[in-house]
Design a protein around this ligand. Structure first.
Ligand SMILES: NC(=O)c1ccc[n+]([C@@H]2O[C@H](COP(=O)([O-])OP(=O)(O)OC[C@H]3O[C@@H](n4cnc5c(N)ncnc54)[C@H](OP(=O)(O)O)[C@@H]3O)[C@@H](O)[C@H]2O)c1
Length: 315
């Protein structure tokens, strides 16, 4: 099968479209014919092997997994004998760390869910990591309640654009921080207030929010305390910033959580229901053919994508 391979760490130039063995499902696994993928910052972190400490898990001297990619949507082609909830021909989407940018990938039942009939492979491929992160940040780690005021930084990106819509669907009042370029975009997603970071001094919004979600990762511990009653860190721009923020947090009583999103069937199913009911939608900024996956990764590495970038496997 064709796959996007990475034999060494580096920029998008290390990614090559090449041949890899078609995976064989074990008893508890499902073989999926991939129809579409989406790109996430996790892909370029894994491609570059950065931050360096992550190489303990990605592979110390070279990448452990030969194929890049996590988010996928496709069609079940084969199921292991222990698989109960999925059958051949089901349309599914999910997250598979370690090899989704390929004609076929493997998954287990707990990391996929069915695609609603109303949705395309492209729209559902855009959902897994960014949607799960927004959902878990708001409802599980942020404990958002209907009527509460939430402030979302990095609101126009993959995670942020889902966070605005999920918070609104949950009955919250949303303020969204983005560049002036994306003001109309975040407003169209339902944000009640838009705060362009390049025009406005954030300190003027002191203590106005119950919850602050930092999807970009440039806010300090003092910013969190100033702006909201509690906070959730999703992205972190530099290691130095992360260390400083986590140290300040260890010494403070301010309720600030940092977490890594988990692929869970129940949350993927909940997201699929929200999208089917029209409560959330995926905004696809651009669709690349699979042969241009390296270009797609180079594009999202700039971290200014409104919504998501999707890649399509033409059959
Ligand atoms: N904790 C987890 O489990 C988890 C899961 C997924 C992602 N993440 C992390 O979360 C971060 C966001 O991921 P993503 O997929 O949403 O990335 P993304 O799609 O690239 O979005 C990043 C957004 O940040 C905004 N931005 C850029 N400069 C900014 C600034 N100075 N102030 C405020 N916003 C700014 C951009 O909007 P403008 O163009 O409008 O500036 C862009 O839309 C990444 O660091 C990623 O690694 C963490």
């Amino acid at each position: 099968m064709l796959a996007i391979l990475k034999e060494s760490y580096g920029g998008p130039e290390v990614l090559k479209l090449g041949e890899a063995p078609k995976p064989q499902p074990q008893k508890n696994q499902i073989l999926i014919k991939v129809m579409a993928n989406s790109a996430n910052p996790a892909d370029w972190h894994i491609m570059r092997g950065k931050p360096y400490f992550a190489r303990f898990s990605f592979g110390l001297f070279k990448p452990k997994d030969p194929i890049l990619g996590s988010d996928f949507a496709g069609i079940v082609e084969e199921v292991g004998s222990e698989v109960k909830s999925f059958k051949i021909g089901d349309r599914v989407f999910g997250e598979n760390l370690g090899g989704a940018f390929a004609e076929y990938c493997l998954a287990t039942e707990n990391i996929i869910a069915k695609i609603p009939a109303s949705q395309s492979f492209e729209s559902m491929a855009a959902l897994p990591i960014a949607g799960l992160t927004a959902y878990q940040a708001l409802l599980e780690h942020g404990n958002l309640k209907p009527g509460e005021k939430v402030l979302i930084n990095g609101a126009s990106g993959g995670v942020g654009h889902f966070a605005i819509q999920i918070a609104k669907a949950h009955g919250a009042v949303v303020s969204a921080i983005c560049s002036s370029r994306n003001k109309d975009f975040v407003k169209s997603l339902g944000a009640d207030k838009v705060i362009p970071y390049n025009e406005v001094d954030l300190s003027k919004y002191s203590k106005q929010h119950d919850l602050l979600l930092d999807c970009y990762g440039n806010l300090s511990h003092a910013d969190f305390k100033k702006l909201s009653k509690r906070g959730v860190i999703i992205g972190l721009t530099t290691m130095g910033r992360m260390t400083k923020l986590l140290l300040s947090n260890a010494l403070s009583k301010y309720p600030l959580k940092q977490f890594t999103a988990e692929a869970k069937h129940s949350d993927l199913k909940a997201l699929a229901e929200l999208i089917d009911k029209g409560k959330i939608k995926t905004h696809i900024h651009q669709i690349y053919p699979y042969s241009e996956i390296p270009e797609a990764i180079a594009f999202i590495e700039k971290m200014h994508t409104p919504g998501k970038v999707v890649m399509r496997w033409e059959q």
